[in-house]
Ligand binder design. Structure first.
Ligand code: ADP
Length: 549
């Protein structure tokens, strides 16, 4: 007779398991007693509650095995066999077929040496861990989904990165990428310290601006950029201090720091880049923020556009000059005609007078009459000349509404290159929305050009701090335009004579510039004035009435 049968029969007959059965049955856990060979000798009633399977049959025929998931049976049998002797305690997870036809996960557990079951068997317990296993599976599924998505995103990122870097390297547009993380730390610190206007703060603390500039690194430039700057390899363009890469680099970088400070996505403007062997390249730049405080600049060479703009302005001036020459030419023809007759009459009278006086008996009375006629004729000549002059200087002037702010802007653009090469910086301090004045655009531009050129000449010997400032102020009924410099200033004794024709202190000077300025401004109903600045240099200014039409 098999031992299992024996145990079952014993339990039914009130053998060694009978008492234990009374104790174990009400317990709402699956309890089992196992012998040393791994056979189950007893199952409590909970087994039948769970599986719907007769526990007697399960023990007598060891048919409990049919209720174990085929994938788990082998492992469970081995676990039961080694159960009692397993020093680490028994723990085994298996799936048990339940009465509703589904498998649920159970955890079998017993401690080493634990026993207490009758008949030399030892006792183990199985608890339902389906919920935990499902949760674990859900978690696993979630993890798998997450990993899959991550992998997909990484791949997508890699593709984007590849697209970006191929765009970066093959594009005809020049790109440069800069690392701003260290500068960003400083900029953020300033913000947290309560700074609200970064540009104003940097103007007062240039050492902080320099610290920020020194913290910027160029990480990479593309081939187009390298070629534009005249380098043979990318390293040549990258491995150089950032402050040597452009004129006014501090101003440009300040705007880039402002992007970080104010959270701006993009800034753009014009700058003169410095390339290999000091090559200057004017560019239009547009900077975008990337992740990790990096910034990407796209740079478009605008030297040809600048040349076109300069040529356009030069052509405009040329045209204005030509039209003036043409006007003068037309007038000179009419002057010649008008003057022909009186000049001939003077010439005849002069000869007559001479003849009258050279006689042996000079006819003085007749000579006086001839001289009086000559005097009248010369007066007529003077009147003709004056009339013609008036016509040239005023009658033919085309009056138009002139926006001085725009005129200053364009004139500065026209002269910027010249001034830069003379080491002079040009500052505009123009009030926005200044009303228009009446005048001739070309003549007023000539005035501003003359004043700026004089300011430049006055700083020829100056070595540091060369600056010309142009300001425009709305005084209500008048507009004031002032040009100030940091040059030699004017001797007190010369102050009154500056506007006289042909007054000059320059070698090779003509001394007509200021006279032309004065007559233009006076003709337009304005005034000119000049003064020395308190520290050094001079200020020339003019005021013109606001256009009322
Ligand atoms: P030119 O430039 O041919 O000398 P201008 O009439 O323009 O003729 O100037 C006359 C003189 O006025 C100059 O030679 C110079 O002595 C003086 N002047 C004009 N502008 C300035 C200035 N910004 N600073 C100092 N002196 C000036």
């Amino acid at each position: 007779m098999r031992e299992g049968l024996d145990a079952s029969a014993a339990s039914r007959a009130g053998g060694p398991f009978a008492d234990a059965r009374d104790i174990a049955d009400p317990i709402p856990h699956l309890l089992l007693w196992v012998d040393d060979e791994g056979r189950i000798r007893f199952l409590n009633r909970h087994y039948t509650d769970l599986t719907g399977h007769d526990r007697e049959d399960a023990v007598v025929h060891q048919s409990w095995r049919d209720r174990i998931h085929p994938d788990d049976l082998e492992g469970l049998l081995a676990a039961l066999r080694g159960g009692r002797s397993n020093a680490g305690g028994l723990r085994f997870e298996f799936r048990l077929l339940h009465a509703d036809g589904t498998y649920r996960w159970m955890l079998l557990s017993a401690r080493a040496g634990e026993g207490g079951a009758p008949g030399g068997a030892w006792q183990a317990e199985a608890t339902d861990i389906q919920a935990r296993m499902s949760a674990e599976e859900d978690l696993l599924e979630l993890q798998r989904t997450f990993e899959y998505r991550l992998a997909r995103q990484t791949a997508e990122l890699a593709r984007t990165e590849a697209r970006y870097s191929s765009l970066f390297s093959v594009s005809k547009i020049a790109f440069a990428e800069q690392e701003m993380a260290d500068a960003a730390v400083i900029v953020h610190r300033l913000r947290s310290e309560g700074v609200t206007d970064l540009a104003a703060y940097m103007a007062q603390h240039p050492e902080v601006l320099q610290e920020c500039v020194a913290a910027v690194r160029t990480i990479s430039v593309n081939e187009a950029c390298m070629r534009m700057l005249g380098f043979d390899d990318v390293d040549g363009a990258v491995d150089r201090p950032v402050d040597s890469t452009a004129e006014d680099i501090e101003a440009v970088l300040l705007r880039q720091f402002e992007m970080i400070f104010y959270g701006l996505e993009n800034v753009e403007g014009r700058v003169m880049l410095i390339g290999a062997a000091g090559r200057r390249v004017p560019v239009f730049y547009s900077v975008t923020r990337l992740a990790d405080e990096r910034q990407l600049s796209s740079l478009v060479d605008i030297s040809s556009q600048e040349r076109i703009e300069e040529m356009r302005l030069a052509a405009q001036e040329e045209l204005a000059r030509a039209s003036r020459v043409a006007t003068v030419g037309a007038f000179s023809a009419s002057i010649a005609h008008e003057l022909n007759q009186p000049v001939a009459s003077v010439s005849i009278d002069a000869n007559t007078g001479l003849r009258l006086l050279k006689r042996e008996a000079p006819d003085v009375a007749a000579a006086i009459r001839v001289l009086e006629r000559m005097s009248t004729t010369t007066q007529r000549i003077a009147t003709i000349v004056k009339h013609t002059h008036d016509q040239i200087t005023s009658g033919q002037q085309e009056m138009e509404r002139v926006d001085l702010a725009e005129l200053v802007q364009r004139t500065c653009e026209l002269l910027a290159r010249d001034l830069r090469s003379a080491g002079i910086s040009l500052r505009q301090d123009c009030e926005g929305d200044v009303p228009e004045v009446m005048g001739s655009y070309v003549d007023l531009q000539q005035v501003v050009i003359n004043l700026i050129n004089n300011a430049r000449d006055s700083m020829a010997e100056t070595s540091v701090g060369k600056e010309i400032a142009i300001s425009l102020r709305n005084l209500g009924s008048e507009i004031e335009l002032a040009v100030s410099d940091l040059g030699t200033g004017i001797r007190d004794s010369d102050l009154d004579r500056l506007f006289e024709p042909f007054f000059t202190t320059k070698e090779g000077g003509i001394g007509l510039g200021l006279q032309i300025c004065l007559s233009t401004i006076q003709r337009l109903g304005g005034r000119m004035s000049v003064a020395n600045r308190l520290d050094r240099g001079a200020i020339f200014s003019f005021r013109l009435p606001v256009s009322t039409s």
